[in-house]
Design a protein. Structure first.
Length: 381
């Protein structure tokens, strides 16, 4: 590969010149240092691809120099080839023990030196390629599974299910989506949902929630399992308000269709874990999930319904339009609350953060083709 950097460390100028002349026919960038201390100072700014290290040097020998440079995180994977006239087994073994990957005895032949350099450069390139592919796969898995589960799977373990307390569970769906999709056709329906769910993903990420999955036109998200932010309950309500705000805006932008969003949320214990063997998926179960789904079903269009338990967490900071007793399927009579916004007593940092998220920018930001790729391979999601 053009321009790969070779650093040679030797206290004898004639040795450095010999190495430099031997490399001149190749497209390497050559740097040199006359002792270990000089090399370590140079490595504060230089990132070589291969280091050629003499052993016997004044002040700091090659062994201690390599041991020191290997403490630098960015030098961990840089191959070091020792060059020395010492040929006894003990010193050769010390070369490898101190962090070297190869040893060439002096006087060396130029063909051998080049061959060793090329071999270790190829190994380094292959390792970097494997690391990149591994990181890409981890990034893809990171959009499907929590980080702790990925680590267990890569260690050959099957993660078990876990109980989590005080998890906010949120469900959304669109009123009469079946009729709307029949009117629009499959391609247009999917395009609309992509635009809406793109914005929902941005919103919940902004407020520290995570999407579990989509269910047709339904959207299922939680807070408190893999994300542990302060004010999780209040931030979850902020996310719901902003999602509803975006849905109303989107509905106005598409006057020929009606996109009426309903949102329901509850807080409580859940069980979370991985299901499946061929197409594994992270999922969440429990009565908290069931109640949240039922609450969404009784929400008004353009409305947000939360449970008594969730209201108790955010009571002083939200506006409640009204409350009522409803009969939830398989749950029974339940008091629910219809939330319309944040109250004036909401903490300033929360309300300021809420107002900073501009739904108009979210609408303009949408670019599924490019954003899908960046999301798949983003390690920060």
């Amino acid at each position: 590969m053009a321009g790969e950097i070779i650093l040679a460390v030797d206290d004898l100028p004639q040795n450095l010149m010999t190495i430099k002349l031997g490399l001149r026919k190749f497209d390497y960038t050559f740097h040199s240092a006359s002792n270990g201390d000089e090399a370590l100072e140079l490595l504060q700014t230089l990132r070589p691809d291969v280091i050629l290290m003499d052993i016997q040097m004044p002040h700091r020998d090659g062994f201690s120099t390599v041991q020191e440079l290997k403490k630098m995180p960015e030098m961990q994977d840089v191959p070091v080839i020792f060059l020395s006239a010492m040929r006894d087994v003990e010193n050769i073994v010390r070369c490898f023990d101190s962090g070297g990957v190869d040893y060439i005895s002096k006087p060396f032949r130029q063909q051998e030196l080049i061959a060793r350099i090329e071999t270790h450069l190829k190994i380094k390139r292959l390792k970097e390629q494997v690391d990149r592919e591994r990181d890409r796969m981890k990034a893809i898995l990171g959009n499907i599974l929590p980080g702790s589960y990925i680590n267990e799977l890569t260690d050959g373990k099957r993660p078990g299910s876990q109980l989590f307390e005080n998890v906010v569970v949120m469900f959304t769906d669109f009123k009469n989506f079946t009729g709307l999709s029949e009117k629009l056709g499959p391609e247009a329906s999917i395009e609309h949902l992509n635009r809406l769910f793109f914005a929902f993903d941005e919103i919940i990420d902004y407020f520290g929630l995570e999407r579990i999955k989509t269910l047709g036109d339904g959207y299922f998200a939680v807070s408190g399992i893999n994300t542990h932010t302060g004010d999780a309950a209040l931030k979850s309500v902020c996310a719901m308000l902003k999602m509803q705000e975006f849905a109303i805006f989107y509905d106005e932008k598409t006057p020929d269709e009606e996109w009426k969003l309903r949102i329901g949320a509850h807080i409580g214990p859940v069980i979370a874990g991985i299901v499946g063997f061929q197409k594994i998926a992270f999922d969440v179960w429990g009565s908290t999930v069931n109640v949240a789904a039922r609450l969404q079903s009784v929400a008004d269009t353009k409305g947000i319904v939360i449970s008594d338990a969730l209201l108790s967490e955010v009571y002083d900071f939200v506006q409640v339009e009204h409350s009522q007793i409803v009969n939830l399927h398989h749950v029974g009579e339940t008091k629910v609350h219809f939330v319309s916004g944040l109250s004036e007593t909401c903490p300033e940092n929360i309300s300021d953060n809420f107002n900073k998220l501009d739904i108009h920018q979210l609408y303009e930001k949408y670019d599924l083709d490019s954003d899908m790729i960046s999301r798949l391979f983003s390690e920060n999601r």
